[in-house]
Write a protein of this length. Structure first.
Length: 393
């Protein structure tokens, strides 16, 4: 996987360094770091780039970096994310996480290794038709995500187009899944903190029944929201945590409810906070409970621009033939790559990492793993897409 399909300088680089790309991924996987704490990973990438004569620049926060390769007015950006997840690994890999409770369960170790490989291969080219900007982003898994930090630092200035690959354990290795339009969804976090005077469960009429109020929100808010938004928008509210009380015979004074609010439609995303606040107010008014609603705006949907999505598909085909490109569905998951697309056209594609047999180990699970044959293939796809974008009319 990833054997020669040109240009010659890339064939030569991969022949010499394919195993290095795998080794980088394993080194990053073994010592995962959470969002905005990716100091070791940032240092590893910076050290490799500087050894090749490049000049990476680390963000002021100390994690994440950007590096330009080549010269010229035209600039194409390639992005990878650095951070891991707060999960305890259960893969049994010999290079498994050495950090208790932290794991690369979303493929960011692979994303980083592939982009590092693409950057060093590009640096070996005799000449490039423009500039390629490498964006190694911290904190994709937290909100607000690190893409906001990168954009604020100016990494999208002068960028004509931006690309990214994301591991997909449901897609066979050697394939790239593309889609025009939304490929991920907007994702916000809701937290509702309720208060009540509390009291004895034998006298609920003398107080505000906080648990009953929580129940109303849990069951009725998602239902009523479906009548407030276009059903074609793919809007869904799902609760993930609820906490209140200890004793069976005491109405508690405090309770909290947390969940995620997702939508596939960018316009709907802009309207949701006002709708949620109105519905929560109406539902809780008869209960007498006090409340504080925190609506944490997350990320907009990743909306792939048609030409850019086509370039990623064509890149896969150029590397491995017509069977390498396939269509993919929109996900309800969130991805802060969306923030880059607010500043330049671009696209994210899904990179197959399933070996083609055995279980499909999903992302964000302690058992997630990937077929490392995808790494050199991903390096080639990133480079081919960048070169195509730089030479397009």
């Amino acid at each position: 996987m990833g054997a020669g399909s040109g240009p010659p300088w890339l064939d030569s680089w991969l022949a010499a360094h394919r195993t290095d790309v795998v080794a980088w991924r394993r080194a990053i996987h073994a010592v995962p770091e959470l969002g905005r704490a990716e100091h070791r990973t940032t240092e590893l990438v910076a050290r490799r780039l500087m050894a090749a004569g490049l000049e990476p620049r680390t963000l002021p926060g100390g994690t994440g970096l950007v590096c330009d390769i080549g010269y010229g007015d035209r600039c194409v950006a390639l992005r990878a994310d650095l951070d891991a997840l707060p999960l305890k690994e259960d893969t049994g890999l010999p290079f498994g996480s050495t950090v208790d409770g932290v794991m690369h369960a979303c493929g960011h170790d692979a994303h980083t290794a592939m982009l590092l490989g693409a950057g060093l291969a590009l640096a070996s080219a005799p000449a490039l038709p423009g500039r390629v900007r490498l964006i190694f982003q911290p904190a994709e898994e937290v909100q607000p995500g690190g893409a906001i930090d990168m954009v604020a630092d100016g990494v999208m200035e002068g960028v004509d187009r931006v690309f990214a690959l994301h591991c997909d354990p449901r897609l066979e290795v050697g394939k790239v899944g593309t889609r025009v339009g939304p490929i991920t969804s907007a994702c916000d976090v809701l937290e509702v903190r309720l208060t009540s005077p509390g009291g004895h469960t034998s006298r609920p009429h003398l107080t505000a029944d906080l648990v009953e109020a929580l129940g109303l929100l849990i069951t009725q808010l998602p239902l009523l929201l479906t009548r407030q938004v276009d059903p074609r928008s793919g809007t869904v509210l799902v609760w993930g945590a609820v906490h209140a009380g200890e004793a069976a015979n005491a109405i508690p004074q405090h309770g909290v409810l947390r969940g995620t609010l997702r939508t596939a439609d960018h316009h709907t995303w802009g309207e949701l906070e006002a709708k949620i606040r109105s519905l929560v107010s109406a539902l809780l008014a008869p209960t007498g409970t006090g409340y504080v609603l925190e609506h944490i705006r997350g990320v907009p949907p990743v909306v792939n621009e048609a030409v850019s999505a086509g370039m990623l598909a064509d890149a896969a085909i150029a590397v491995r033939g017509t069977d390498a490109a396939t269509s993919t569905e929109q996900s309800s998951g969130g991805e802060d790559f969306a923030w880059y697309l607010e500043h330049a056209p671009g696209a994210m594609a899904r990179l197959g990492v399933w070996p083609g047999h055995g279980p499909m180990r999903d992302i964000h699970q302690p058992t997630f793993d990937l077929d490392e044959r995808a790494l050199p293939f991903g390096v080639r796809v990133l480079i081919q897409a960048a070169l195509t974008a730089l030479t397009a009319p």
